[in-house]
Each structure stands twice: as structure tokens, then as C-alpha cells.
Design a protein around this ligand. Structure first.
Ligand code: PMP
Length: 426
């Protein structure tokens, strides 16, 4: 349906041309609705029972195995987590009832903020409606707070950090080369000594799967009097003794001023947060637009996330199991001669380096093998570096891996995809 008014507006023509361009470039995105089969998951609070489950979801009326989930540990279907949500719905209803300051703060909201602060060894935590909003709102608010802020931002920082940095009033931005401490230091050294400085970076970079040097970055921050802001979105739940991220694993969480994370990936539910000193958290609580002016997360979501964080903190075996699965999968790829990018993280990129081929590969995996693996195309990654991004998890069995390896061997050979240029292969 369209109105005459809209049809005649130049934006209507703009959209049509833009969509044609996107299609012509092979990066038109189609949803594949996946119905997760939560009840098919085994009760997996006993490590031994993890050995034989499947990762079912339904797409196009068929059961498929999902290889691209960011619910890295399967916590979104973990019965303890699901039950916590159901109970909270019964107790508190479906919605939060308001913004955090206007009737939308439940005891669950404050409890999870305390839990997350404790996880990261910080004085306080602040919950946001998503990881995206936590980055955008926090960075924009901090960098607008005083005159003269300079934000040193890693070239590959996530769009949500960039949105916050760009949206700030009166600050300037210096982009340093990705994970390049020498470049960061040169740029810090060249900046005015007295300007308030912030270094914004991530721990695990989700598309390439590489990991930053947090200790090295914090040492530079100390040397040049900068604050540090670390996005641990792809690391929380997975790294560190209790899932506190790479900063916990490396024993440097106390050196990072602000640790940001999500409840939607390793913790499998939804929501974003920051943890920091009480002063910083209080300032943001009272000043950040993206925190103040939106309805808070529903109690059921918070209850589920809280149950998940508590469980994941206790269960080191979930992390061990995930990395064992990742390593087993890489061994299988290596033996089959399938090119993949070796990373120091849990992410396994399969380089394809062409948008159309990447899309085709993904489509054929789904249609011929009932395997769901999302193509990663521009603008998520630069043109020419298109890839499948696989995230093996505790639920992927040896049989599923063998099936994936067979499918990839066949389809890559068929499409001559192995002849594409391949960066940094194992
Ligand atoms: N930071 C990074 C590095 C991300 O990859 C993402 C989401 N893909 C976010 C933040 C946003 O997190 P959320 O999905 O919870 O909004």
C-alpha cells in the first residue's frame, strides 16, 4: 500500500533506486525466520548431558542446524533462564510499566545492576535497553560532558560506539589503526596534554575474531592520562574465570575505567550495560538520554538475564565446552582443507570475498543441507572481505560438524570459491 503523497515524494524514488543498487551489489538482505525449538533442548545443567544434543530451529518448515547464533552458549533456551522469565511474567506482568525513573524500575533491575558490577569488580552497573544503546548513550553523554574531550577510537569499533562518538557535542575524534598500539601511542602523544582523553575499543572484534591488548592499551592510557572504555559484548559469558570477559581473563578489569557488555550474546537474553565507578554510573544514570527517556526492559527479560548471568558465572564447564567444540571444528576444517581464518577467539570466519558468492553459499547450505549460516557482507565488513561467520557452540555435535564440513567441501568446490583470495588462513 502506498499513498499518492508518498509516491510523489522524492524520497520514494530515492528508496527505489537505493534498493535497486543494493540488489545489484548482491547485498540485499532477506530475513530467514528461524523458530527456535527451546523445548527440544536437553536439560543441560549436567555437563555430561551436553554430549548429544542438537541445535534445532525451524526455517521454511524444515529443521535446520544454526551455525551463526550469537547466543554463544545457548543460554537463551536454558531451562533455568526460560523458567525465570516465565515466573517473572506471572509475578510482574509483561511490561515494565515505565521508564526507569517513572515506575519502570523493579527489584530485578537493581539486582542485575549489582550482579554485573560484581562480575566485573566495579562499584556500580547501569542497565540499558540494548548493548547498542549502552554504547551510544554512554559515549555520547561522556563526550558531551566537558569541553575539549578527545576520543581515540579503534578503526574497527562497532557502529553503536561510532554513533555515540559522532553524536557527541564539542568533542573531537582521533581514529587509531585497528589493534595498533604504536599508532595509538603516536596519536596520544601528539594530542594536547591537558585535553580530557578517552580510548574506546573492544576486546573481541566480532567479524574478524581478533582480540585487543587490553593491558597494553590501559598502560598507554595511564601514561597519557586517558580514560578507557571497553566493549566486551562478544566476550562476556565466554572469557574469564566467571565469564567477566577478556579483561577478567587477562586480570586487568581493574585497569579499565568503563566496561560495557550485552546480555544478548553469551548470556543469551537481551539488554546492555556498563559497569564503572559509582560516580560515573550515577552521572550517566542522571544524564544519559538513551537511559532516561525510554521504557525500561520488561521484568521477564531482566529476570531471565539475571538467572543467566548467575548460572554462567558458576558454570566454567560451559566455557570449556564451547572452546573444545571450536577447536574440534577447526581441526575438522583443517583436515578437510577448507580455508578458514584462524583467530584467537571463538569465532570461525570462512572467507568468501564476494557478496554474491557468499549469499549463494549461504542459500545452498540452507536449501541443500538444512544448515543456517548467515552471509556477512558490506557494510558489516569491507567489500571484498565477505565471509561466513561461524560460531560453534556447546550444542554442535561431531556429527553436525561433519555434516557442515561435507557441505562446505562440496559447495566451495562447486562454486570454485576456494580460488578466491583468502586472508590470514590457518
Ligand atoms: N557492540 C558490539 C561489538 C556488537 O557486535 C553489538 C551487536 N552486534 C553491540 C555492541 C550491540 O549489542 P546488542 O545486540 O545488545 O544491542
Amino acid at each position: 500500500m502506498s499513498s499518492n503523497h508518498v509516491d510523489g515524494h522524492p524520497f520514494f524514488r530515492f528508496c527505489r533506486t537505493a534498493l535497486e543498487d543494493i540488489r545489484a551489489q548482491g547485498r540485499y538482505r532477506q530475513f530467514t525466520p528461524l523458530a527456535r525449538q527451546a523445548e527440544r533442548y536437553p536439560l543441560y545443567d549436567q555437563p555430561e548431558t551436553v554430549a548429544t544434543p542438537s541445535t534445532p530451529a525451524c526455517a521454511r518448515d524444515r529443521e535446520v542446524v544454526v551455525w551463526s547464533s550469537n547466543d554463544y552458549l545457548g543460554m537463551g533456551v536454558e531451562p533455568v533462564v526460560v523458567e525465570a522469565a516465565i515466573q517473572a511474567i506471572h509475578e510482574h506482568g509483561a511490561g515494565a510499566g515505565g521508564t526507569r525513573n517513572i515506575a519502570g524500575t523493579s527489584p530485578l533491575h537493581t539486582a542485575i545492576e549489582a550482579e554485573l558490577a560484581d562480575l566485573h569488580g566495579k562499584e556500580a552497573g547501569l542497565l540499558f535497553v540494548s548493548g547498542y544503546v549502552s554504547n551510544q548513550a554512554t559515549l555520547q553523554t561522556i563526550l558531551s560532558s566537558m569541553p575539549g574531550w578527545i576520543c581515540f577510537s579503534d578503526r574497527l569499533n562497532h557502529a553503536s560506539m561510532i554513533a555515540g562518538i559522532k553524536g557527541a557535542r564539542g568533542s573531537s575524534t582521533v581514529i587509531f589503526e585497528h589493534n595498533d598500539l604504536a599508532d595509538l601511542e603516536a596519536k596520544l602523544a601528539a594530542a594536547p596534554k591537558d585535553a580530557p582523553k578517552l580510548i574506546a575499543f573492544e576486546s573481541v572484534y566480532s567479524m574478524d575474531g581478533d582480540i585487543s591488548d587490553i593491558a597494553g592499551t590501559c598502560a598507554l592510557a595511564r601514561k597519557y592520562g586517558a580514560m578507557t572504555y571497553l566493549d566486551e559484548v562478544h566476550a562476556v559469558g565466554l572469557y574469564g574465570e566467571q565469564g567477566g570477559g577478556v579483561s577478567q581473563r587477562d586480570g586487568v578489569a581493574d585497569q579499565v575505567d568503563i566496561i560495557e557488555g550485552t546480555l544478548a550474546k553469551g548470556f543469551g537474553v537481551h539488554g546492555g550495560y556498563i559497569t564503572a565507578t559509582s560516580n560515573i554510573v550515577e552521572y550517566l544514570r542522571l544524564s544519559a538520554s538513551g537511559f532516561i527517556f525510554t521504557t525500561s526492559l520488561p521484568p521477564a527479560v531482566v529476570a531471565a538475564a539475571l538467572a543467566s548471568v548467575k548460572q554462567v558465572r558458576k558454570d566454567g564447564w560451559r566455557r570449556e565446552r564451547m572452546f573444545e567444540r571450536v577447536n574440534t571444528f577447526r581441526d575438522k576444517l583443517r583436515k578437510a582443507g577448507i580455508p578458514f581464518t584462524m583467530t584467537p577467539s571463538h569465532i570461525v570466519p570462512i572467507p568468501v570475498c564476494d557478496a554474491q558468492r557468499c549469499r549463494e553459499l549461504s542459500d545452498r547450505l540452507l536449501s541443500d543441507y538444512n544448515i543456517y549460516a548467515t552471509p556477512i557482507n558490506y557494510p558489516t565488513v569491507p567489500r571484498g572481505t565477505e565471509r561466513l561467520r561461524l560460531t560453534p557452540g556447546p550444542f554442535h555435535t561431531d556429527a553436525m560438524m561433519d555434516e557442515m564440513v561435507t557441505a562446505l567441501s562440496h559447495l566451495l568446490r562447486l562454486n570454485d570459491l576456494t580460488e578466491q583470495p583468502v586472508p590470514a588462513m590457518a
